[in-house]
Design a protein around this ligand. Structure first.
Ligand code: FAD
Length: 521
């Protein structure tokens, strides 16, 4: 088969055989078995169009290859599993890092046990619904904790800034378990929380059929080594028990602060930079107009995304993060007394607002001293946001124009906050140290200069977005083991080695490969 890249396709065009035949100047009947490989939107020119790549077969492939520069031989991606070992692997955490680590190990043929402090999705959906509708937080099972990890109740953007061939494996695995076909080729793939939940349930069922054991509602609380035995200590409704394993994977995510505190006594942990800020909301129709201009209401274009990054006069990076077109703002805390928010969307991305985090970079010199200083910094602003919201998980909301003037908004305009379980009009300046407010304000202004119309009188912000990535890194060796523990593998976002669904899944796969190679001579 051949691959053709960078083909311009007008909105609504689906006769791809004609498109390719025009591009190559050959009869349409010579083009067969077309597969879309990539589709991106080009909104730089007046008329928005798609840029696409295809695989196809033809009876004249050799001749075509010689005469067309944008053609090459198409080689489909294939993942080769390493052979199994005798190691029984306990994987703590069923987020993308833990799940994909378990998936690769189980497919190789290893014995795997997955420990997850939250519940399986079927129950988790109810707990998250109660949190959003009634403001009742289950500290064991919520948006941060539970099957599928933090990404399950997310926007389900499957984009990543990293390049790695294993990304294809992750997408193919999602596709094999029921993900929408477009994630296989869209330049900005999106699955949505509704479709992702179903995919994760299907992956769990397959893993169980391969012999993997899942222990939900079970918290990992300690680990140690005794007489050459490796022990993971867990707690659940039946009490405390000790599980023997050969290898322990820690794929905890960035919100397991109690587990971080336990690990800090045993592993080498260093503080790392992360970012804090607010979630901004505009009408999605406003963003569509800014991005797609006269094509804003085209039925062939979905809710438009945006991405902005600026540097303030003080040298701090301020950037948009986890932008959710047509989504909602959600409470992503795991603990009563602390408030943080994030963004979620369904596959249809059809809600009235666009939302995105606007974050200011913070560095270890900004935190209290010590390996967990970043957590203390996060907790401080999350507590302030909780108190400002009225101690009941309602979130402080303010118009951006009022945030500049340090005054509570008296009423809101066209943009209504999507956050559930509710909001209060408060002055968000009170949540942050002054330098964060200063840089956020300058950053927002610079963003509005880059994308005029990004902020108007009705644009609102919700506080506080504090968990864009882990505030720590667990040090690991070249072979991905933790320093001083050659049987413990800290993986994924919580260990400080990834950010987002895709890069966390990739770190989990790399971890599985490292485990499968551990007994090699
Ligand atoms: P996690 O997904 O956090 O998984 C860690 C798991 O470990 C959790 O299930 C937790 O319950 C479990 N755990 C922790 N401690 C213990 C313990 N002691 N015992 C047992 N189990 C434990 N990323 C994107 O790429 N695209 C998006 O659109 C996107 N949207 C998001 C929206 C929201 C609301 C949130 C909260 C996050 C979003 N993210 C998004 C970020 C993404 O979810 C994370 O980067 C990703 O899930 C990290 O994967 P992970 O496996 O490393 O950790």
């Amino acid at each position: 088969m051949l691959k053709i890249t960078n083909v311009n396709v007008r909105l609504g065009e689906t006769d791809y055989a004609s498109v390719i035949s025009n591009e190559l100047n050959i009869p349409k009947r010579h083009i067969k078995n077309i597969k879309i490989l990539r589709k991106s939107i080009d909104a730089r020119r007046k008329k928005v169009h798609f840029i696409m790549s295809f695989a196809f077969s033809s009876n004249h492939e050799e001749k075509l290859l010689k005469s067309h520069k944008n053609l090459s031989i198409y080689k489909p991606y294939e993942y080769n599993y390493l052979p199994a070992t005798n190691d029984h692997v306990i994987v703590v955490g069923s987020g993308p890092a833990g799940l994909f680590c378990a998936y690769v190990l189980a497919h190789a043929g290893n014995k795997v046990t997955v420990i997850e402090r939250g519940s399986k999705i079927e129950k988790r959906v109810g707990d998250v619904d109660r949190l959003m509708r009634e403001g009742v937080l289950n500290e064991k099972d919520n948006i941060a904790f539970g099957e599928g990890g933090a990404g399950t109740f997310s926007d389900g953007k499957l984009t990543t800034g990293t390049k790695n061939p294993r990304i294809r494996y992750v997408l193919d695995t999602f596709l094999a378990h029921g993900a929408p076909l477009e994630i296989g080729y869209d330049a900005l793939p999106h699955i949505g929380t509704d479709r992702l939940r179903a995919v994760i349930i299907n992956m769990r069922k397959e893993l169980e059929s391969l012999g993997t054991t899942f222990m939900f509602d079970t918290k990992f609380v300690d680990f140690y080594e005794q007489d050459d035995k490796h022990i993971a200590v867990v707690e659940n409704a039946e009490g405390r028990s000790e599980l023997t394993c050969d290898v322990l994977v820690l794929a905890l995510g960035h919100s397991a602060r109690d587990t971080y505190r336990m690990l800090d006594q045993k592993l080498e942990i260093e503080p790392k930079s992360f970012a804090v800020g607010v979630r901004i909301e505009q009408l999605q129709s406003t963003i569509n107009k800014l991005q797609y201009k006269q094509d804003a209401s085209s039925p062939y274009l979905q809710a438009a995304p945006y991405k902005l990054a600026v540097k303030t006069s003080e040298g701090r990076g301020v950037y948009t993060f986890c932008m959710c077109p047509g989504g909602v703002v959600v409470p992503s805390t795991e603990k009563e007394g602390y408030l943080c928010v994030n963004g979620m969307s369904y596959y249809a991305r059809d809600k009235a607002n666009a939302n995105s985090a606007i974050l200011v970079q913070v560095n270890p010199e900004d935190f209290p001293e010590g390996s967990l200083g970043g957590i203390a910094f996060q907790e401080d602003i999350e507590k302030k946001a909780y108190q400002l919201g009225g101690h009941n998980l309602k979130a402080p909301v303010q118009k951006v124009v009022d945030y500049y003037c340090h005054k509570k908004s008296e009423e809101l305009g066209k943009v209504k906050p999507s956050y559930m379980p509710g909001t209060v009009l408060e002055d968000i300046n009170e949540v942050f140290p002054e330098y964060i407010n200063r840089n956020l304000k300058e950053g927002l202004q610079l963003m509005n200069e880059k994308m005029p119309g990004f902020i108007d009188d009705d644009t609102i912000i919700t506080a506080v977005e504090s968990r864009s990535s882990a505030p720590i890194r667990i040090l690991r060796n070249q072979d991905m083991t933790a320093t001083h523990f050659n049987w413990v593998y800290p993986l994924g976002e919580g260990a400080g080695y990834s950010g987002g669904i895709m890069s966390s899944a990739v770190d989990g796969i790399r971890g599985a490969e490292a485990i499968l190679k551990r007994n090699e001579e």
